[in-house]
Write a protein that binds this ligand. Structure first.
Ligand SMILES: C[S@@+](CC[C@H](N)C(=O)[O-])C[C@H]1O[C@@H](n2cnc3c(N)ncnc32)[C@H](O)[C@@H]1O
Length: 259
């Protein structure tokens, strides 16, 4: 059986350098793919950033690999995207085997497009390696699937990083909404949905630190979720799920625990 790599077909790097954009899942190293582990072990250079990637580096990177943290930590000034793009290109042009780790899946809100464009423009061979996105993993890790044959036949994933820019009405036909980067915008999310016609008793689940020892879940309804999370402290990082993701009889039987 031949294995087919996901390679940008027209890219090639003269100096032998190559980049992989690799998804690391939500942070539990047991949710890494075999391919991710293999690449991390073999990497000469690893660029990593958030909670989904740090544990993977600690567990699997070789002692000799160059490991550069390029993310945002504790309010410190972070590297801007153009600098990360340039760093990736520079290491590859030096002939290095460079693994760029992304939390979750590089497909989902990872700024992967910018890095792919920079590497492709520089003629560098690139491979894209999917990971388990928190959007899909967090609900299941909290104990419920995202879809239900009777009440939840569709879902949409969106970013709540800038809640003021969300067109809530665009999601009217969708059974279940999954919001990433939603930890700091819960009041705006609740307000946006209630004022755009969502029922006050629509179920809401918030899953913080999914898959990690400190995982916590809050389950309430649109008009009670603010009260339910008032003692939670920071809700980040969390996945917020809103809609008919479970038949209510099961949903009301789910354990709800915060903090
Ligand atoms: C910049 S986005 C990256 C998403 C990532 N590419 C993915 O597929 O999961 C970061 C957001 O992902 C979500 N996230 C990532 N890991 C998480 C985890 N372990 N638990 C809960 N949410 C997580 C949070 O919404 C966080 O604000």
């Amino acid at each position: 059986m031949t294995r087919r790599n996901v390679t940008i077909a027209d890219a090639s790097s003269d100096g032998g350098g190559k980049a992989w954009l690799v998804g690391c899942g939500p942070g539990d190293v047991e949710l890494l793919t075999l391919k991710a582990v293999k690449l991390i072990k073999a990497a000469e250079v690893i660029l990593y950033d958030d909670l989904g990637t740090e544990a993977a580096v600690q567990e699997f990177a070789s002692a000799t690999a160059v490991k550069e943290y390029v993310g945002k930590r504790g309010g410190q000034k972070s590297m801007v995207q153009a600098e990360i793009d340039a760093l990736l290109v520079r290491y590859c042009l030096q002939g290095k085997q460079v693994v760029r780790l992304k939390g979750g899946c590089p497909s989902v809100f990872s700024r992967g497009s910018s890095e792919i464009a920079a590497l492709t423009q520089a003629g560098i061979t690139l491979e894209l390696v999917p990971g388990v996105s928190s959007a899909l993993a967090a609900p299941l890790l909290a104990g419920f699937p995202l879809t239900d044959a009777h009440v939840g036949r569709s879902f949409a994933v969106t970013s709540a990083h800038d809640p003021g820019s969300i067109e809530w009405t665009a999601f009217r036909g969708v059974d279940t909404l999954v919001l990433l980067m939603s930890g700091r915008s819960l009041p705006q999310i609740v307000d946006g949905l209630l004022t755009n016609g969502w029922a006050p008793d629509t179920p809401v689940a918030i899953v913080r630190f999914a898959g990690l020892p400190e995982q916590a879940t809050w389950m309430a309804e649109l008009d009670t979720i603010m009260e339910a999370t008032k003692d939670a402290g920071s809700l980040s990082p969390c996945v917020t799920v809103i809609g008919q993701f479970l038949p209510k009889r099961q949903w009301h039987a789910m354990p709800s625990h915060g903090g």
